[in-house]
Design a protein around this ligand. Structure first.
Ligand SMILES: CC(C)(COP(=O)(O)OP(=O)(O)OC[C@H]1O[C@@H](n2cnc3c(N)ncnc32)[C@H](O)[C@@H]1OP(=O)(O)O)[C@@H](O)C(=O)NCCC(=O)NCCS
Length: 328
């Protein structure tokens, strides 16, 4: 059986930066509170004319350019997002058309902050099964479009961005090593966008009630995330007969610095094994993991042959962890 490896990575963040000081002017908050409770200093915000597909296309093009292949080589596009341009057609279709991936298939994958890992897991299996040679996984979210900038409990948390990885065939034992993903719908009410779907279609009333924005019971999500981020990593490593010491890098979803450090400490990881960039981007939902991997690569902390543990917890609840050997 063949393997699957990540062969290229490209990202895009819009240039405009929204700092904690900017937010202090919008809501009753402070740089000190945000840094202490969440660890975010600034986040990037897309301009009004830019939608999720626009950022996704830019991340996809950067990935294709890095690999030196045209869009027409892509056979499947897995577009992970909770902020599609519109309900349908899927954002995957919009991106397919613009990158010239003629003949490809693809779909939008809705798993919130775990989306990118579910995409990577799916891509790996499409490649390992021999179905495809080039699968593009894109995580892209324009969270600023579904954030209520009068709600201090959520508006400080999120930012916009996109990242993509190309998955290609590999020798057995290279690249993808394993995964452990779970969903737990019992937690669905703690983090959601209530209106705009078939349960509560858009109306003047839903707009007046701010129901097209992210609603979160922060403490409930926090408690779940702290426990699950640790457990999913522990269990995946155990399945593969590995210990945290065998891992070169832990690249977690970036939602709250306290969630990351609590998981890392319980796993017994050293600081130099953990990638943190939440201070500069905030929670970009499906884009955090490729953005963190990009920063690790550019900072010289991620190299060919390194074993990487990715992990995420998100709305749903969704939980996921992936083990990969980095191959370029
Ligand atoms: C959102 C989160 C940062 C809030 O932190 P917290 O320590 O749980 O804070 P609480 O919600 O208990 O609120 C504590 C107090 O801070 C206040 N507060 C909330 N947001 C604030 C802000 N931006 N600035 C200042 N004060 C704020 C609350 O109103 C509350 O005040 P009160 O005690 O007077 O009622 C935290 O719960 C969290 O990170 N949750 C998980 C988020 C997450 O990971 N989401 C994505 C999943 S992928």
């Amino acid at each position: 059986m063949r393997g699957a490896k990540i062969t290229a990575l490209g990202c895009y963040v819009p240039p405009r930066v929204l700092t904690n000081q900017d937010l202090e002017k919008l809501v009753d908050t402070s740089d000190e509170w945000i840094m202490q409770r969440v660890g975010i200093r600034e986040r990037h915000i897309a301009p009004p004319e830019m939608a999720t597909s626009d950022m996704a296309v830019l991340a996809a093009c950067a990935t294709l350019a890095q690999r030196g292949i045209p869009g027409s080589d892509i056979e499947a596009i897995l577009l992970c997002t909770v902020t599609p341009d519109m309900m349908f057609p899927s954002t995957a279709c919009l991106v397919q058309n613009r990158i010239g991936a003629k003949g490809a298939w693809g779909f939008d994958l809705v798993a919130a902050c775990s989306g990118f890992l579910y995409g990577l897991t799916t891509a790996a299996h499409l490649v390992i099964a021999g179905a495809h040679k080039n699968v593009l996984v894109i995580g892209a979210d324009t969270m600023s479009r579904i954030i209520d900038y009068t709600d201090r409990s959520t508006c400080v948390l999120f930012g916009d961005g996109a990242g993509a990885m190309l998955v290609e065939p590999a020798e057995p034992g290279e690249g993808f090593l394993g995964f452990l993903n779970e969903i737990d719908g019992a937690g669905g009410n703690f983090l959601k966008m209530p209106a705009g779907g078939s349960r509560l279609p858009a109306s003047a009333e839903t707009v007046a009630n701010h129901q097209h924005f992210v609603k979160q019971e922060g403490q409930q999500v926090f408690k779940y995330a702290v426990t699950k981020m640790y457990e999913i990593c522990r269990d995946l490593l155990y399945r593969h007969d590995l210990t945290p010491h065998d891992i070169k890098l832990f690249i977690p979803h970036q939602a709250n610095l306290r969630v990351i450090t609590a998981a890392a400490q319980r796993l017994g990881l050293r600081d130099d094994q953990v990638i943190i960039n939440i201070d500069r981007y905030g929670n970009t939902t499906a884009a955090t993991i490729p953005l963190a991997a990009r920063d690790a690569l550019e900072g010289g902390r991620l190299k060919k042959g390194d074993m990487v543990l990715f992990a995420a917890v998100g709305a749903g609840f969704t939980v996921g962890a992936n083990l990969w050997k980095w191959e370029y």
